[in-house]
Write a protein that binds this ligand. Structure first.
Ligand SMILES: [Zn+2]
Length: 601
């Protein structure tokens, strides 16, 4: 070959199939019997699989992609299904280039089929000269002593753990593959037995001791199995479901969280719990998007307990909005704050956009003070539902103006920018230190956590929510008046939308610390009712696996949006038993007024 052409090909290879560090970190997945897929090659390739299997059978001087002679389909050859597409990948310089192993499983006689294969491959110099593409022969293979007779671009699958004397022959071995069923009859559900686990572990270690990547065939093909094989160090995970296996394994690192910050649990005294004694104060804590699985994840990542899980009065809320099976935070917040189901996006207005009296407005007529705390912007849908009346949650300026007209004596939240030029300081003393809130003798105080978005716990918010709750409770206690306080743990929802387990767990634990402040206050005062619930569930979260010993949670998700599942409600303090049962989120309002002996109208 002419030197300049050689150099050109070299450049071509480097630029198209250059393996970056990120790509080399990818989990290697093997598309078993890939030619059986509805779209062979492209499905596996586009999903990032790095090993693709094709069975070939030599007939009429043609290499058919087929399991056997009697299943041959005309036009389906190794060339049409694999070599031409790979050539296309190279010539189009498609993105996501990576190492690619084509595992050719020979079903006809070994030597004649290999001879034909070499002839065909000879017509694809870009493939056989590409160092990132390997052609590995499996199935019917020639005698091992003959491996050295084959060209460099051909290597072999070794289906044994026996040692080979000849080091040069070892160099012709690309990987070790074994039949899983030889070692275990595990079906991919639950766990491998301890005995089988040890057998499998030994097998993989032995293969690695030869310095070769390892694959099982005839292995269970499920999420549980993929995870087990990944954890055991199988190099090529065998699957008939390229897209699902790829999605599952590519997302596993941000679906697994090891909690390092064990949250301290407060053990309630229960001295006022479920007693029929008069209630003076109500603290309503809303975990945005805090469904049962979110609560389970933070509980189990915290060694199996939260302050929340100490409580005894438990129920479930149905969250559907007036115009949708699946609510948003605006309609759910409005239902909780006003006792009326409304349309999604509506803040404190009914389905015909008329203002609804909310609980802070009603209670103010009965001598109650009220406050709102959130780790969202203060104009966020949940806090806004307790002080504003606007037809759309994104009418930020009008919501901000409503805070001035509201009955709130205290607010703590983010997004001071939303309140520029609305004259907020004329109504509220805006404090610049959270610890000044508790001592403040002003009638109306506010504290902004941030100018725009409030940072998450993972991004350094610290224990702002529990500090805010403690300070707000001091503030109200100094007033010697009954009060209603809403506290929102807003960002459990954000991380549900992002399908991020670390965020869900860390925000859930942070919310529990605010809950602990409320429960301590209830124990100290004896006449405070604490209610904890959620506006809706987010992300269809599930926790298929975890580990109580190292506080690990593996999460999985069905959506990036809210779901229609019921959410838990917990209550503590006098008459908390009234909040048990299963009911609509619009019924909570009346229950609160009932235990306060206040009629809504
Ligand atoms: Zn949401």
């Amino acid at each position: 070959m002419h030197r300049s052409i050689k150099f050109f090909i070299f450049l071509f290879i480097v630029s198209t199939l250059g393996v970056t560090a990120q790509e080399s970190d990818q989990i290697q997945i093997h598309s078993h019997n890939d030619y059986h897929q509805n779209v062979p090659f492209w499905n596996a390739y586009s999903n990032g699989l790095s090993s693709i299997e094709v069975d070939v059978f030599l007939k009429n001087d043609t290499l058919y992609a087929t399991h056997g002679e009697f299943e041959i389909i005309k036009n389906r050859t190794i060339e049409s299904l694999y070599l031409q597409p790979i050539q296309k990948v190279l010539s189009l310089q498609l993105k996501g280039h990576r190492k690619l192993q084509l595992l050719v499983d020979i079903k006809s006689e070994a030597r004649s089929t290999l001879k034909k294969l070499m002839y065909v491959l000879g017509q694809y110099p870009e493939i056989i000269n590409n160092r990132n593409i390997s052609i590995v022969i499996s199935g019917n293979r020639p005698d091992i002593d003959e491996y050295l007779d084959y060209p460099n671009y051909i290597s072999f699958d070794y289906q044994s753990l026996g040692s080979l004397e000849n080091a040069q022959i070892w160099d012709k071995i690309a990987l070790i593959s074994l039949n899983f069923k030889r070692f275990s009859s595990w079906n991919g559900k639950g766990k491998l037995t301890t005995e089988d686990y040890e057998k499998i572990d030994t097998v993989i270690d032995k293969a690695h001791s030869y310095g070769k990547p390892f694959r099982f065939w005839a292995a269970p093909d499920s999420k549980t199995a993929w995870k087990a094989f990944r954890d055991l160090g199988v190099d090529f995970i065998n699957t008939d479901m390229p897209s699902r296996a790829s999605t599952y394994l590519k997302t596993i690192n941000h679906r697994i969280y090891h909690n390092k910050n064990i949250s301290k649990i407060y053990r309630p005294t229960f001295s006022s719990d479920q007693k029929n004694i008069p209630i003076q104060n109500v603290i309503l804590l809303i975990g945005d998007g805090n469904g049962l699985t979110q609560i389970s994840s933070s509980t189990l990542a915290n060694g199996g307990n939260l302050t929340l899980t100490q409580l005894k009065s438990i129920g479930l809320l149905k969250t559907q909005s007036a115009d949708d099976f699946t609510t948003d935070s605006a309609a759910a917040g409005t239902a909780l704050a006003t006792g009326a189901k409304t349309n999604n996006r509506a803040i404190g207005v009914d389905t015909s956009k008329k203002p609804l009296l909310n609980i802070t407005e009603i209670l103010s007529e009965h001598g109650f003070l009220s406050g709102c705390i959130t780790t969202d912007k203060m104009t966020g849908a949940t806090p806004a539902s307790f002080y504003a009346h606007q037809k759309d949650r994104s009418d930020t300026l009008d919501i901000a103006k409503d805070l001035l007209k509201s009955k709130l004596s205290l607010f703590i939240g983010g997004g001071s920018k939303d309140f520029q030029n609305v004259g907020l300081p004329e109504k509220f003393a805006i404090l610049n230190d959270i610890n000044l809130v508790g001592q403040s003798k002003k009638d109306k105080v506010g504290y902004f956590i941030s100018e725009t978005e409030v940072p998450s716990v993972l991004k350094g918010r610290g224990n702002m929510l529990s500090e805010a709750t403690r300070n707000a409770l001091h503030f109200f206690q100094n007033k010697n008046k009954p009060f209603f306080l809403m506290v929102e743990g807003a960002q459990i929802d954000n991380y549900g939308h992002l399908n991020n387990v670390a965020g869900i767990v860390s925000e859930g634990l942070d919310f529990d610390e605010a809950i602990a402040e409320a429960i301590k206050f209830a124990d100290k005062t004896g006449n405070t009712l604490v209610i904890i619930t959620a506006d809706h569930e987010t992300s269809g979260f599930s926790i298929p696996q975890g580990n109580l010993e190292n506080n690990m949670i593996e999460g999985d998700f069905t959506t990036h949006d809210h779901t229609g599942t019921m959410v838990p409600i917990y209550a503590y303090g006098p008459r908390s038993q009234e909040f048990q049962g299963v009911y609509g989120n619009d019924e909570l309002f009346a229950k609160i007024l009932k235990v306060l002996s206040i009629s809504a109208h």
